[in-house]
Design a protein around this ligand. Structure first.
Ligand code: CUA
Length: 330
């Protein structure tokens, strides 16, 4: 009788464990893995997740089985028979979790060392976060962009800084995440493995525009990357025309402008506040946002860094674009 109960219990635990494992493993919970680091991180994730799922299912399965099998009859008022501990069982249920937890720690530590190791010859890109935009500076070809452009299979080291509050760099497909902290430079090493375009997200609550502090990471083939390096330094859309600058400088993250197809509401609606304004006003609003703040938008949160980050040509084209398009498109 006792033996049968034990066998039943173990079988139920195993079946429950297998079902939980199947749920965990065969549903695609995670986005594509698009970097070598992502593959390492996923290996740790699954190692830990599968151990946890099976242990949880076995414990829960056995607990439910016992509750049902050994339940008291409605008229049973007995205290129940006294029992002693079971030394063998206690040793087993202490030893197995100890081994599993140590295995998880060692595996995690090895992978952490691997993914934080920067291969010699990695290209360095300076990443600057500020409310509410990202910029990427490629010192070796003197270029600053509003999106991260990478060459497939080439490791890069990101040197991450913040100009105001704490932000956090995250591309889910790369799995790597790092805070941007004012006053210090944090680093992140990424080796992209798949050509494609991925969302780049700020994942630290950083103010009103946190949810729109997004950009993208474009991973190009070696040939396309070489072409991109040769192309005229510009912005996201590959031009210095005003509309491209509007996109690459991050204006669209915060402002509505029909002509640029943006609908963000962090800052004033440019179709309203810039309609009919002259170039001087528009230029001042970009370079010195504190000079005149639109009603309802105090205190100002717009960065006053565009005099550094935009070239003269980009700024001129952006001003002209805003003058000609604000309030005109429908
Ligand atoms: Cu920057 Cu959230």
């Amino acid at each position: 009788m006792r033996r049968r109960a034990v066998i039943q219990m173990v079988l139920i635990g195993l079946v429950a464990g297998a079902i939980t494992f199947a749920f965990a493993y065969f549903i695609p919970w995670l986005p594509d893995a698009a970097s070598t680091q992502a593959n390492d991180v996923d290996r740790v994730f699954w190692f830990v997740a599968i151990i946890c799922a099976v242990v949880f299912a076995m414990v829960a399965g056995v607990a439910i089985y016992e509750g049902w099998k050994f339940r008291a009859a409605p008229d049973d008022m007995d205290d129940g028979s006294p029992i002693h501990g079971h030394t063998g069982l206690e040793i087993v249920w202490t030893a197995i979790p100890t081994i599993l937890v140590i295995a998880m720690s060692v595996f995690s530590a090895v992978v952490l060392a691997e993914i934080t190791d920067t291969p010699a010859g990695s290209k360095r890109i300076e990443v600057t976060a500020q409310q509410f935009a990202w910029s990427f500076k490629y010192s070796d070809h003197d270029r600053t962009t509003g999106e991260l452009v990478l060459e497939v299979n080439k490791p890069v080291e990101l040197l991450i800084e913040s100009k105001d509050v704490i932000h956090s760099f995250w591309v889910p497909e790369f799995r790597m995440k790092q805070d941007a902290v004012p006053g210090i430079t944090t680093t992140l090493t990424i080796t992209p493995t798949k050509v494609g375009t991925y969302d780049l997200i700020c994942t630290e609550l950083c103010g009103l525009g946190h949810s729109v502090m997004r950009s993208q990471a474009r991973v190009l083939s070696s040939a396309d990357y070489a072409k991109w390096v040769q192309s005229k330094p510009a912005g996201a859309a590959g031009g210095t025309d005003g509309k491209s600058v509007f996109a690459s400088a991050g204006c669209a993250s915060c402002h509505t402008l029909k002509a640029a197809g943006s609908t963000a509401e962090v800052g004033p609606d440019l179709d309203k506040v810039l309609a009919g304004k002259d170039e001087d006003f528009i230029r001042q609003s970009i370079l010195d946002p504190n000079a005149e703040i639109a009603k309802g938008y105090q205190p100002n949160v717009m960065p006053s860094t565009f005099s550094d980050s935009l070239s003269k040509e980009q700024l001129d084209n952006l001003v002209t674009f805003l003058r000609d398009s604000a309030g005109t498109a429908r």
